[in-house]
Design a binder for this molecule. Structure first.
Ligand code: CMC
Length: 428
């Protein structure tokens, strides 16, 4: 017999269906609650609200498990490549050799962007944060490919938009950096792989020869895999909710880029370095900064610590910590900020405040350090995160569309003033 939960309210008993996921997660289906009982639910910040049934990513915050389509993040980071993982997330299965070759070649064909994008880029002052530039350039794809606005697009049309998104993202990302430093933009070199192509567009200058360092390209590929999806986080939920209104894939992703930008989400990797630098400049007094983070009258938080879902450890942080060690050793970098990071982690992990609240280093704690070692400027850290998260956003947008999900529209409990008569301005 199907399981139910009982709700007793106002002297009546209601049976609510229990939904079970493939990993034995259980949820109460409240979709008919309002209709049956007149009650809505309140869960500010959606801390315990399932917004969809998804078959893309599974994570268990207590056990520190993260899997894409059933494959562990540890296996994928060690054995796969970013484009293979991208295919897996979007289409549900690891590609065969032929499928991966075709997918890679389709993406490579579309790396160039319309020349008019340069005019849009030129309109941004060099003080613009690259995330704002990236979100705008990405949204401008709706203008260059207006057919993407058709909510009933064929699956071939959707495939083309997916390929274009993946192909043009690194071009826009590199251009958002060129705008900030006032250098001429580079065009994509399609003889290179995805990450090397991006690095060349970002760093090459017309006056000098530029050779991509394979250590840097491989490390970047791994970082992108770790960021590729993370189920219904803030930016992904944004993509899904915008997509649910049948907005185009480009505008949905652009909204996701904006959501990711915030310091409590993807912007945290940038804030980690800003914080570590500040601690260094302050004489390296780590205890003082830990105390600041614990002080409820101080808004400062230890950036790169804590996670909405992981309450034991963040499996991505473990992989990145190891990758950061490898990259620093291979590139022969001795970073004093890294030393501060290690000490900070050690002290925080012993402190009852952090233990009681289950606050552990998250993915952003180490990704900032590794990006710095790879020579990526701080303002570009969140752009790297966006490049990595793109396949997840696409997969979630596609799933929403295929599942024919209704428009996202949460409820509220109104706590404002009750009905009152309008008062003329002369009488206020
Ligand atoms: N430093 C100090 N105290 C903290 C921190 C922190 N980094 N994070 C949470 N707390 C405290 C918080 O003050 C609260 O204390 P109390 O119970 O005494 O009021 C308690 O821990 C629970 O915090 P919360 O804000 O209710 O937890 P949340 O699940 O809503 O927030 C978070 C999760 C990631 C927004 C938060 O931990 C945070 O702000 N961390 C710093 C920013 C950061 O590193 N973000 C990157 C997240 S991982 C990348 C991604 O997926 O985007």
């Amino acid at each position: 017999m199907a399981k139910t939960a009982q709700l007793i309210y106002d002297g009546k008993t209601y049976e609510l269906p229990i939904i079970e996921g493939t990993e034995k997660e259980t949820a109460i289906d409240i979709s008919e609650l309002l209709e049956k009982t007149g009650l809505t639910t309140l869960d500010i910040g959606y801390k315990n609200t399932g917004s969809t049934k998804s078959a893309i990513t599974f994570l268990d915050g207590d056990k520190g498990i993260l899997r894409y389509r059933g494959y562990s993040i540890e296996d994928l980071a060690a054995k796969s490549t970013f484009l293979e993982v991208t295919y897996l997330l979007i289409f549900g299965e690891l590609p065969t050799k032929e499928q991966l070759t075709k997918f890679t070649s389709d993406i490579t064909k579309h790396t160039l962007v319309h020349e008019d994008n340069k005019k849009i880029l030129d309109g941004f002052p060099s003080t613009s944060h690259p995330m704002g530039v990236l979100a705008s350039l990405f949204c401008s794809l709706t203008a260059f490919y207006p057919e993407s606005l058709d909510p009933n697009r064929s699956s071939e049309g959707v495939y083309l938009s997916i390929v274009r998104s993946l192909a043009k993202m690194p071009t826009f990302a590199a251009w958002s950096y060129k705008n900030a430093v006032g250098h001429p933009v580079n065009y994509p070199d399609n003889s290179l792989d995805y990450c090397s192509r991006f690095l060349k567009m970002m760093y090459a200058l017309p006056a000098e020869h530029y050779e991509v360092d394979p250590v840097v390209a491989n490390a970047l590929d791994k970082l992108l895999i770790l960021h590729a999806d993370h189920e219904q986080n803030c930016s992904t939920s944004t993509v899904r909710i915008v997509g649910s209104s049948k907005a185009s894939i480009y505008s949905s992703i652009s909204a996701g880029i904006n959501a990711l930008w915030g310091p409590l989400h993807g912007g945290a990797n940038q804030e980690v370095i800003v914080m570590l630098e500040a601690i260094k400049q302050d004489g390296g007094n780590i205890e003082k900064w830990i105390n600041k983070a614990k002080d409820k009258n101080d808004s400062f938080r230890l950036m790169g610590f804590g996670h909405r879902v992981y309450k034991n450890f963040d499996p991505r942080a473990k992989i990145i910590k190891k990758a950061a060690d490898d990259v620093l050793a291979k590139l022969g970098i001795n970073d004093p900020v890294l030393e501060i990071a290690m000490k900070l982690e050690e002290i925080a992990l012993r402190d009852p405040y952090f233990i009681e609240r289950k606050l552990y280093p998250n993915v952003d704690f180490y990704s900032g350090i590794i990006y710095r070692a790879l020579g990526i400027p701080v303002d570009m850290f969140t752009v790297m995160f966006a490049m990595g998260r793109l396949p997840g956003w696409i997969a979630q947008w596609k799933e929403l569309r295929e599942n024919k999900e209704p428009i996202g529209r949460p409820r509220q409990v109104y706590v404002g003033t009750q009905s009152r008569a309008y008062v003329d301005i002369t009488k206020r």
